[in-house]
Design a protein around this ligand. Structure first.
Ligand code: SAM
Length: 310
C-alpha cells in the first residue's frame, strides 16, 4: 500500500507535501510505549504526522516459554538476546528474506568493533552538520530507506545532529535491548544486507533496557518534524541548534523581581512585542550563550565575532 501523504506548514510557513513518518519499536515490554500517546507526540499521531507501532519481540518466538535470550557464549554473567528471534521479527518488519552472509571469521572481536565504528564514522562523514541540515530543512528530501536503530550504552553518543538527520527518514525501526544486550551479529547482519543500521548511546551510564533510550531519541527526532510544534520558531532558537549549535541563553518570565532575584535590566528595557526579539536582547543573548557553551560544553570559535546591529 503506498504511504499516505499530508499537507502541512513547513518551518518557513510554506505548504509542503511529505510522508507520514512510520515508527516501529520492538521490545519485550511494548506496553512501555503507551506514554507516547501523551502530550505532543500523542497529538502528532492524531494529526497523522507520525504512526507509532510497538511490537512484542516474544510474538516471534516458537517455544512455550517465549524465550528471547540465552547464555553468553564463552561464559559470564547474565543472558544475551538471541539473534534468531530478532531476525524473524526484523525480516518481517523490513520485508527482507532470510539469507546467509559471507563473513570473515578471522576478524577478531576488536577489529569487528573497529569495523562497526568505521561504519558509523562513514555515516557521520556523509551527514551534513546540524546547522547545514537545519538551514536546508526545506530541501533535504525524506529518505525512503528504513533506518534500524539499536540503543547501546557502548555506542557513539546520540546528538542533536543525529536527531536532525533522522527526522528526514520515512521509516525508523527501533530494537530495544534487555539483559546483557543483543547478540553482536544482529546489527552486522543487517548492515551486510544493505540496511542503514545505527547504534546509539543516550549517555555514559547503563540502563536496564533500551525502552527509555528509544523514548528519548524518539522525542528528540519527532519534535523536529514540520507541523509537530505549535510554534515552529521554538525548534530554531534552541540549544544545539542554529549557528555554532550554541547552548541557549538563560530564560526568564515575569515577575521582574522574584524573591529578591531580578531579571537582568537589559532584558526589561529591551522588552517589545511577545513574538519579536529586540537587537538589545540579541546582543545580551549571544555572549551569554557563548560563555555558557564554552564553560559547559566546548570552545566556541566565533566567541568574539561581532553581532550585527539592527
Ligand atoms: N551489558 C551491557 C553493557 O555493559 O554495555 C549493558 C546492557 S543494558 C543492561 C541492556 C540494554 O539497555 C542495552 O542492550 C541497550 O539496549 C539498553 N541501554 C542501556 N543503557 C543504555 C544507554 N546508556 N544508551 C542506550 N541504550 C542503553
Amino acid at each position: 500500500m503506498p504511504a499516505p501523504f499530508s499537507y502541512a506548514p513547513r518551518l518557513a510557513g510554506v505548504p509542503v507535501l511529505w510522508n507520514i513518518m512510520k515508527i516501529d519499536i520492538v521490545s519485550v515490554f511494548p506496553e512501555y510505549f503507551e506514554v507516547l500517546n501523551l502530550s505532543l507526540l500523542g497529538k502528532a499521531q492524531e494529526k497523522g504526522l507520525v504512526e507509532v507501532t510497538a511490537h512484542n519481540l516474544r510474538d516471534w518466538t516458537h517455544d512455550v516459554h517465549h524465550s528471547v535470550d540465552d547464555t553468553p557464549v564463552g561464559g559470564g554473567a547474565g543472558m544475551v538476546m538471541k539473534p534468531e528471534v530478532w531476525s524473524e521479527c526484523l525480516d518481517e518488519l523490513l520485508h527482507l528474506e532470510p539469507t546467509t552472509v559471507t563473513y570473515d571469521s578471522t576478524v577478531t572481536c576488536d577489529s569487528t568493533a573497529d569495523a562497526d565504528d568505521t561504519a558509523s564514522a562513514d555515516t557521520a562523514e556523509s551527514a551534513e552538520s546540524a546547522t547545514e541540515i537545519a538551514a536546508n530543512a526545506d530541501t533535504v528530501p525524506a529518505t525512503d530507506r528504513p533506518v534500524l536503530i539499536f540503543p547501546n550504552p557502548s555506542a557513539p553518543l546520540f546528538t542533536q545532529q543525529d536527531a536532525t538527520e533522522l527526522s528526514h527518514a520515512n521509516h525508523l525501526l527501533f530494537g530495544c535491548g534487555r539483559y546483557e544486550g543483543y547478540d553482536a551479529r544482529i546489527p552486522q547482519y543487517y548492515r551486510a544486507q544493505g540496511v542503514d543500521v545505527r547504534e546509539y548511546s543516550i549517555g555514559d551510564y547503563v540502563l536496564n533496557g533500551g525502552e527509555v533510550a528509544v523514548s528519548v531519541m524518539l522525542e528528540a527526532i519527532t519534535r523536529l518534524l514540520p507541523g509537530f510544534m505549535g510554534n515552529a520558531a521554538s525548534i530554531v532558537e534552541e540549544s544545539y541548534t542554529g549557528e555554532n549549535a550554541l547552548l541557549e541563553h538563560r530564560q526568564y518570565t515575569k515577575p521582574a523581581d522574584w524573591r529578591g532575584i531580578k531579571v537582568p535590566d537589559v532584558l526589561l528595557s529591551a522588552t517589545t512585542r511577545r513574538s519579536t526579539v529586540s537587537a538589545a536582547m540579541r546582543r545580551w543573548r549571544r555572549p551569554t550563550s557563548c560563555v555558557r557553551t564554552s564553560s559547559r560544553r566546548w570552545i566556541v570559535p566565533s566567541l568574539t565575532r561581532p553581532i550585527a546591529k539592527r
